[in-house]
Structure formats: C-alpha cells, structure tokens
Design a binder for this molecule. Structure first.
Ligand SMILES: Cc1cc2nc3c(=O)[nH]c(=O)nc-3n(C[C@H](O)[C@H](O)[C@H](O)COP(=O)(O)OP(=O)(O)OC[C@H]3O[C@@H](n4cnc5c(N)ncnc54)[C@H](O)[C@@H]3O)c2cc1C
Length: 471
C-alpha cells in the first residue's frame, strides 16, 4: 500500500479478512470483551463460558442491565420462554436456579431480579460494573492501516482512561442510551438540548408521579410508548395533556380497535381514542417539532411543517417518545459496513427492514449477517438492528450463540442458525390480555422502540406490510 500520496508507488489492494480467515494470531490468550451487561451481553457471556473462552463483560451502569432498569416498571409482551437464553438457562439450572413461569410476562425489574441478576452473579468479577467503553480500536492500528490488522488485539478504552486488550469484541451496548431527538427532521429541535426533555416511558404512576401530576404535559411520538405514557397521564388529576404527532391523524396509533390482530394493541388504541374524543387528551396532528424555548408561561414547543406553517403549545413537561438510534461512535476507528438507512450491518438490513418484517417474521441470522470488514467485531442485540424496531431478545440470543460458535472456530454451529418465534405467538396476545387484567397494562417492544414514522405492525401469516414489532 502507498504510505502517502507522494510515497511508495506500489499499491497493495486492501482485502478484508473474513471472520473465518482471521487467525487472531497473537491475540489468542486475550479475553473476548463483551460490551454491555443487558440480556444479550450476558447471554454472550453464557455462551463464552460454556465454550470455555475467557471473557470480560464491561457494563457502563452501576448495576447490570442498567438500561432495562430504566424501564423496570414496564411489563414486556414476550413471555419468559422467549426471554431466557438457552446457554444461560443451562448454567443457571446447574446452579439450582428456580426457572420462572415460562408463560409469565415479566416487568423489566422482574426480568433483572429473577433472571439477569442471578445469571450475572455466576460470572463474578468477569462482569465489571461502572465500566463505560468510550472507544474501541486495534492496538497500533488506526482505521486506515491494513497490513497485519487482523492479528492486532482490540484496544478498548474506558471513560476513566483505563485501556484493555481483547481478542474480539461483542458489542451489546444497546440503543436505549441514544434516543431519537424531538426535532421532526432527525436533527435536534432548536433549543432542545437546553431544555429538560424526558425520554420515553417515565414511571408516571409510580416514582415519577410528582414530575407530572398537576403539570401541563406534552407527549411527542406516535408509538405505543407514547400511547402508554398518555394513558398513564390520563389517570392523573388536574394534569392537562397534549399529544403531538407528525401524521395527519392518529389512525396508526389507534390500531384496529376490536378488529386489531393484537387485542392488547387494539384495546390500548381504543382507550386512547376515547380520551382524545372526550377532550381529556388534546391531539395536535401535523406537528413537526422545530423549536423549544422557555417563556414566562412555561416551555413553548413550536412546530413548523414542511410548508412553513407554524403551530405551538406551551407546557411544563415534555416526554419525547420518538424511538432510538444506534451510537456507533465508540467504534469509529473500526471498519464498519453499515446500512445507510437503518445503521445495522448492511447484510442484516434487508432481513429486518421494518417495512417488510414484524418481530415474528425476522429470519434467524447469525455471524455472517453480523460481520463487518473489521474481523472480530460484532455489534449484537438491539444495537445490531440500528433503527429497526423489530428486535426481540430471542433474536439476540441466537445471534450471540452463532457469534461465539464462530469465535470458537465451530463454523458448523455458527452457521446453523435457528429461531423459533411463532409469528404471532411470540407476541402472546391472549397472554398479554389475560395478564393485563391481572396485573396491569403490558407494553411491548413497540412501546420502547417504535418511532414516529413507522407504521404499526401488521402481524399476519404473510406479514406483507411490516411495521413495528408486535405492536
Ligand atoms: C419498554 C421496552 C419494552 C420491551 N419489550 C420487549 C419484549 O417484550 N420482548 C423483547 O424481546 N424485547 C423487548 N424490548 C426490547 C429490549 O430492549 C431488548 O430485547 C433488550 O433489552 C435488548 O437487550 P440488549 O442486551 O441488546 O441491550 P440493552 O438491554 O439495552 O443493554 C445494553 C447494556 O449496555 C450498557 N451500555 C451501554 N453503553 C455502554 C458502553 N459504552 N459501555 C459499556 N456498557 C454500555 C447499558 O448500560 C445496558 O446495560 C423492549 C424494550 C423496551 C424499551
């Protein structure tokens, strides 16, 4: 390769080593670094442990599954049988663990207490808390340098300056910490960063009640996280609620009512519609958030639509429920091949396109769909999906099973990808409805991940027009 524009003339054509070709030369004794101790990072650890591969899990939070802990009060829609990784189950059962009821829909807090915390405990100090990864590179190699690259260890820098080396990196750091902005064009609204904006699914009826009760609240977004927050707010006395969406009407959020393929979704939409029609919730349509500024009367939120027409509302609190996006900045010195739309690995994108797939129709995929030109680096879990809202824990568990098999050199197992997600059964509509009556409203993946422009899922046998996952 030419060293500089005026240097050596001979040009060496860069060839990316495929993961299979990578030998991990002098890196063989180093651990595999797993970034994030969420369900998928911990599942990766379980598979690594089973294959006797040394690993270290680096978790930014002061507790495991710190992102799920943020929505611990929300009940998921997929029952336990889809939420527990097979390798994790084997390790836990060998340790005398009591398996949760496979039909139970846990809250985020239950998922942590009854499954993830016992799992992390098995790994002892191989799970490091308060270890936020700020950057990943390769020792002695910036992104441009090629020769011998795949033999160089990964260099992982934590935000306290500590540096670690690893033979491979499984990045399961999720997307929860990088929510979409309020601004309608994908850019922050003017003044957004100077204001206090709450992100999706605050615990309106629990720990966060005082923040909302008696205040004027604006909820921005058309997904089920917005709907769930609105329904909770509607239970508070003396709390005026405004709901702003970009679309011209809220039909998508309301879903199909009694005719909805997912009864829980239909019920949610029906209740929301009733609140809008009664005037309890003021709906503002065609709302393209453009500017947020403090006034003597509160926070003024101004919409400017593409034609330049403005409308505004003044409130005390804003809840932004506009979805999430992946933050690839920690891997900026690595060679990533990302889909320009979703920000997922390019090969994975067509398999998870929300226009084509609901969660139950995403095909099984593993190491080959997750590989980047950077051998040994894999973004897995919800981060691997980029902006696609169709991710399920079960999908992530199969991802890490495959990736770890590949790291172990077991390519037959790595490529034998399987996923047992009954197309509608995973969403357990009957279960959701039944459990809802017993313990309160369930919120699904769409609640957390559906962003404004995505249609609600059409979960059918053919799933011709996809949408958000199960909701
Ligand atoms: C409200 C809601 C409901 C959902 N319901 C369901 C459901 O019913 N079924 C389902 O299958 N899925 C559901 N999901 C999707 C769910 O988020 C994922 O399935 C799951 O949490 C993804 O796991 P993960 O390990 O990929 O990422 P996360 O759970 O987001 O974990 C990422 C971890 O990485 C850590 N981290 C982040 N950045 C760094 C860093 N730089 N360095 C070190 N650590 C870092 C975080 O603190 C976190 O602990 C729901 C999501 C939401 C928001």
């Amino acid at each position: 390769m030419s060293d500089s524009c005026c240097g050596t003339v001979a040009v060496e054509i860069e060839q990316f080593a495929t993961p299979q070709q990578a030998t991990f030369g002098q890196t063989g004794d180093l651990p595999v670094a797993v970034i994030g101790a969420g369900p998928v990072g911990l599942a990766a650890a379980a598979h690594l442990a089973e294959r006797d591969i040394d690993f270290l899990v680096l978790e930014a939070g002061e507790q495991i599954a710190a992102s799920i802990a943020q929505w611990g009060h929300v009940r998921v829609f997929s029952p336990y049988r889809y939420n527990i990784d097979a390798a994790a189950r084997r390790l836990l059962e060998a340790d005398g663990w009591t398996v949760p009821d496979s039909d139970w829909l846990p809250t985020g807090a239950e998922l942590i207490a009854d499954y993830l915390a016992p799992l992390a405990k098995l790994f002892g100090d191989r799970v490091r808390l308060g270890a936020r990864v700020s950057a990943i590179s390769r020792l002695g190699y910036d992104r441009v340098r090629t020769a011998g690259r795949e033999q160089a260890p990964f260099l992982i820098r934590l935000d306290d300056g500590t540096e670690l080396q690893a033979r491979a990196v499984i990045d399961a750091s999720g997307t929860y910490t990088s929510p979409n902005v309020l601004g309608a064009s994908g850019l922050p609204a003017h003044g957004e960063h100077e204001m206090s904006v709450d992100h999706a699914l605050p615990d309106v009826l629990g720990a966060d009640r005082d923040r909302y009760e008696g205040r004027r609240v604006l909820v921005v977004g058309a997904g089920h996280s917005a709907a769930t927050t609105l329904l909770a707010l509607a239970e508070l006395d003396n709390t005026p609620i405004t709901w702003a969406i970009r679309a011209g009407n809220a039909t998508r959020t309301y879903g199909g009512g009694d005719a909805d393929a997912l009864p829980a979704r239909g019920a949610l939409g029906t209740r929301l519609r009733a609140h809008v029609e009664s005037g309890r919730i003021q709906l503002m349509t065609g709302f393209f958030t453009h500017r947020v500024n403090a006034t003597g009367q509160g926070v003024e939120v101004v919409s400017r639509d593409p034609s330049g027409h403005e409308q505004a509302v003044t409130v005390d609190r804003i809840v932004s429920a506009t979805g999430y996006r992946p933050d690839h900045s920690i891997a900026a010195e690595l060679r990533l091949d990302l889909d320009p739309v979703l920000g997922s690995p390019r090969t994975l994108a067509p398999l998870i396109d929300p226009n084509q797939h609901s969660c139950g129709t995403v095909p099984a995929h593993g190491v080959d769909a997750l590989a980047h030109p950077e051998p040994g680096y894999y973004a897995v879990g919800v981060k691997s999906y980029g902006r696609a809202p169709t991710f399920l824990m079960a999908t992530g568990y199969e991802q890490v099973r495959s990736v770890v098999a590949a790291l172990a050199g077991d390519w037959e197992a790595a490529r034998d990808v399987q996923l047992d997600l009954p197309e509608t059964g995973v969403c357990s509509t009957d279960l959701v409805e039944a459990q809802e009556q017993r313990v309160g409203l369930a919120t699904g993946i769409s609640g957390g991940l559906l962003s404004t422009p995505l249609p609600l899922a059409t979960v059918s046998a053919t799933a011709e027009s996809g949408g958000s996952c199960c909701g």
